[in-house]
Design a protein around this ligand. Structure first.
Ligand code: GTP
Ligand code: ZN
Length: 213
């Protein structure tokens, strides 16, 4: 298992998350022109009937696939509440669809996100863990950074005793091209706090992630 416990990588968000009056947006027209150009580069005729709408359609699709660039992760976790619970909270098998930033091809699989609340019992809604995974996935990504960004956002907002994130994914850039190892999967983990310092806490959480009991 690759352990992604380092800093959150090169995903500098300050470029994209501005103040409320200055919302950055996906440039649909520019993306559309780029896709048209790509089709031309491939020797296709972008004006033939089947392709006529394609540049605009692909631009809309990428707007959706990269939507996570324009959402502030801290806002997703803004609504926290106190609940007297100081044990593990774990959401398993969150489907993730992302794109590797090297080839802009999909990698997809599941994320498992767990944390132990701090002594005040600061927790967030379960759906927010899935929203967090989703928004970081909807960016040009590498799996290691996706994994640690989810963990670091939870550390920032919940100040929990520990966080564990495991992502298992198949990269189509390794399947449909290049080395052509379809079906191979990559597992990455990010552990923070008690899950980093205590091997037994980490093993317990990993067993729950693996078996669900
Ligand atoms: N660590 C990591 N590597 C990734 C991820 N997604 C894709 N890659 C790898 O990024 C690497 C890019 O390698 P390059 O040699 O620059 O590109 P390439 O010639 O297209 O490489 P091949 O895929 O081996 O054909 C490849 O080894 C991919 O498998 C990811 O999430 N994490
Ligand atoms: Zn790739």
């Amino acid at each position: 298992m690759t352990s992604a416990t380092g800093p959150s990588g090169s995903g500098d968000e300050s470029r994209l998350i501005h103040g409320a009056n200055e919302k950055p947006a996906f440039d649909h027209d520019r993306a559309e022109a780029a896709i048209r150009e790509l089709l031309c580069a491939a020797g296709e005729d972008p004006d033939r009937e089947g392709l006529r709408e394609t540049p605009s359609r692909v631009a809309r699709a990428y707007q959706e696939l990269f939507a996570g660039l324009y959402i502030d992760p801290d806002e997703v976790l803004d609504r926290t509440f106190d609940e007297a619970h100081e044990e593990l909270v774990l959401v398993r098998d969150i489907p993730v669809y992302s794109q590797c930033e090297h080839h802009l091809l999909p990698f997809h699989g599941t994320a498992h996100v767990g944390y132990i609340p701090n002594e005040h019992g600061r927790v967030t809604g379960l759906s927010k863990l899935a929203r967090l995974a989703d928004l970081y996935a909807k960016r040009p990504q590498v799996q290691e950074r996706l994994t640690s960004q989810i963990a670091d956002a939870l550390v920032r907002k919940l100040e929990p005793r520990g966080v564990i994130v495991v992502v298992e994914a198949e990269h189509l850039c390794m399947g449909m091209r290049g080395v052509r190892k379809a079906g191979s999967t990559t597992t990455t983990s990010a552990v923070r706090g008690i899950f980093r310092s205590s091997a037994s806490s980490r093993s317990e959480a990993l067993a729950l992630i693996r078996d669900g009991r």
